[in-house]
Design a protein around this ligand. Structure first.
Ligand code: PEP
Ligand code: MN
Length: 356
């Protein structure tokens, strides 16, 4: 992502940037009551979904075009910048005409390159000078997310950022959308200049999860948060369970400790230790793989299959136990062991195929 600019150059906005407001624009009263409370707390960017993508037909789809006028009023009465989701070229044109300051592309749209390209084309045709945030696609596909960001960048939008809103899962989970933090971390590694904003509301899907997720994002160095906030969350017409009252949002924000992203001097010696340990880890892994290949040769000679479930289970259990005693989470250790095991199987299969 070449030559990006800050989202709002010339404005000194508090860091991390907090974008807050209701899931959907429902009524003038709801918008103004929420925006006034947020502005009184010192917040500077107001979000509201004017056009809502709903899973089932018949759900509340946002108030549509009339809400653009409510956004204008929010801006005029509170001085806040305004933000909304766009999913079609018509949305883009209407939002820009109404003076919306920040557009975001939703997770269902960023998963669809045709739809994202149509938005990019509209932005380019209108020579739009607007900030745009691209939510991660609903499915866990970093390349698709990057592709959507590139389409918008190529349309001439340099005030560009990403929103991490978690990834869809089928079945029961603690989260509405799995955070899979490694994906936004990899995005940041590849495009360090790109602001990444976390959406704890849509990751958690529940009011009580917003605070721990927001704290984790800020502690990790995310550039901002987008949090759903409604003057009467229990009466909200969409995403009622995850919206906070302005007071609750105030308490969440008070818990956050801003991180100084620029200051990294003291980290150098620690980073050198990490590099040295990583290098040892790779040496040890390569020794482990050599032993795996020897086992592979033995299995080959004795016509045994590569996969031995009972052995895998035993290795997992004893390693998990040791890791737990040493303060490594079961979830993290399981992922590491699974990756090591997968590579070991790959090495043994190569022996069986006579490739090694
Ligand atoms: C939203 O921000 O209200 C929204 C619809 O989000 P997402 O696209 O992440 O589901
Ligand atoms: Mn929502």
């Amino acid at each position: 992502m070449q030559s990006l600019s800050p989202l709002f150059p010339g404005l000194s906005l508090p860091q991390p940037l907090v974008i807050a407001g209701p899931c959907s624009a429902e009524s003038e009263e709801q918008m103004l009551a929420t925006a006034r409370a947020l502005a009184d707390m010192g917040l500077r960017v107001f979000r509201a979904g004017i056009w809502k993508p709903r899973t089932h037909p018949g759900g509340f789809e946002g108030a549509g075009a009339p809400a653009l006028e409510w956004m204008r009023q929010v801006k005029a009465l509170t001085g806040m910048l305004t933000a909304t989701e766009v999913a079609t070229p018509e949305h883009v044109e209407a939002a820009l005409d109404a003076g919306i300051d920040l557009l975001w592309i939703g997770a269902r749209t960023s998963a669809n390159p045709f739809a994202t390209q149509q938005i990019a084309d509209a932005l380019q045709a209108l020579k739009a000078d607007v900030a745009v945030l691209v939510k991660n696609p609903v499915n866990a596909d970093l390349e698709l997310w990057i592709g959507a960001l590139q389409r918008i960048r190529q349309a001439g939008i340099s005030r560009l950022g990403a929103i991490h809103r978690g990834f869809s899962v089928y079945g029961q989970s603690d989260y509405r959308n799995m955070p899979l933090w490694s994906i936004p971390i990899e995005l940041h590694r590849r495009f360090p200049e790109l602001p990444v904003i976390c959406d704890p509301s849509h990751i958690g899907g529940r009011r009580d999860l917003v605070e721990p997720l927001a704290r984790q994002a800020v502690d990790m160095g995310f550039n901002g948060l987008i949090i759903e906030c409604h003057c009467c969350p229990d009466q909200a017409l969409s995403d009622s369970a995850q919206q906070l009252t302005p007071d609750q949002l105030g308490r969440v924000l008070a818990c956050l400790k801003p991180r100084n992203v620029a200051e990294s001097g003291m980290l150098e010696p620690l980073r050198e230790q990490i590099d040295a340990l990583d290098s040892q880890l790779i040496d040890i892994l390569s020794q482990r793989m050599e032993v795996c290949r020897q086992i592979g040769r033995y299995k080959q000679e004795h016509s045994m299959p590569v996969l031995q479930a009972a052995r895998l289970d035993a290795v997992m259990q004893s390693s998990l136990q040791q890791a737990q005693q040493l303060g490594i989470s079961e979830e993290g250790m399981r992922a590491v062991l699974a990756a090591i095991h997968e590579e070991s199987v790959r090495q043994q299969l190569a022996i069986l195929r006579g490739e090694k």
